[in-house]
Write a protein that binds this ligand. Sequence first.
Ligand code: BGC
Length: 436
Amino acid sequence: MMSDAVVNELSAELLREMQIDSAEYDSNELIDLFIAEMEKGLAGHKSSLPMIPAYVGVKGSVPHEEPVIVVDAGGTNLRVCLVTFDASGAPQVSNFTKVPMPGTQGELSADEFYATLVDLIEPLADQSERIGFCFSYPAEIQPDLGGRLLHWTKEVRVPELVGQCLAKGLTLALKKRDLGEKQVVILNDTVACLLAGRAEGEKLGSESFVGFILGTGTNTAYVEKNANITKIDGLSGASQVINVESGSFGSCPRGPLDIKLDKQSDNPGGHVFEKMISGVYLGKLALELAQAAAKRGMLSESAAEVILQMEELPWIDVNYFIPAPHADDNVFAQKAFSTSDRDVLAALFMGIVDRAALLTAVNISAAIIKSGSGLSPEKPVCVNIDGSTYYKTYMLAETVQERLTAILAPRGIHYTCVHVDDAPIVGAAIAGLTAF
Ligand code: BGC
């Protein structure tokens, strides 16, 4: 059996070599690189960050007692429901239906995609003329709030839709079914998340807001001054929400396994930052790392044999495993895995979590700093954080919070993190009710 010191030394060496050790990354340097890419994106120069204006602001009030249909096309599920803000302003969600996100279970045509949406909307069609459509993929938003799909992420396959306007497509598909003329507002899920956090933030004095999601995919929205969005002339109003598409940040150093995973993905070269921190990729990275450990003799022969034959390792299983590697009901509870094997694997997986936490904190900090707000404790920037990977990954949220304090406190920047239930749905309802 290997001693704890040997286990730690071997895993640290492998993590360093694979550029997964968080000590290999300098937060402040990365934040500067992040902000430089944000600025280039806002100016319309070549940048890995598209910085997409959402044409949505953070002023005005939300009408009460008026229903709106919400479509939420997420990374894993498609959800449709009706939302009404009651007399006290609390969102009431009803008539909720959920199916797997079309295109996640085999390739579909655009007609098949819209048919699934319309099937779910049909029973609610006579309840509202407005639809807030939360879309968790990169889409360029036009001033009329239609959205043109730039490309898919999260391994979704409906190739025909790329380049098409989603609001137009959905409106047409609804008309074809005789369901009337609807006003469809497309917004990114992080923009929805930001809007959903506004009420909470305002109670705490916030004047600026961030929406951050770390789930199947990852992304950030924040509020930017229109004067800084120099790639577009004649924007009306003082500021608006920007969809950063932070998952595509391209200046973060990557290791050999990150590069390998990217090459094997559906969009090689795209969204490379997302592939280092988000749920759809972390399980794949954990398996690659375990297989690298097996190949260099860090695991027993029997464990190596099992690991090298594994085809997938769900991230959720890794998260049950890390805090209790010796439990008899985890993913490596077979006889083939010795006590040392389990210790090595737990230490390696913890390295993946630590790096994801550091990069997440860098990403959130860059948005807070770029907003230029939070300079007084009475007006903290409100960050609404959503996503299963953020909340369900072992020790991730705690580590991100520690790192945020370490990065932002010395800079004198004040922020507050909140969590709003069903944020994408609530935010899409706000946009659907207020946008026109
Ligand atoms: C998409 C973003 C989305 C994020 C979180 C990414 O893959 O490109 O548009 O906001 O996932 O769902």
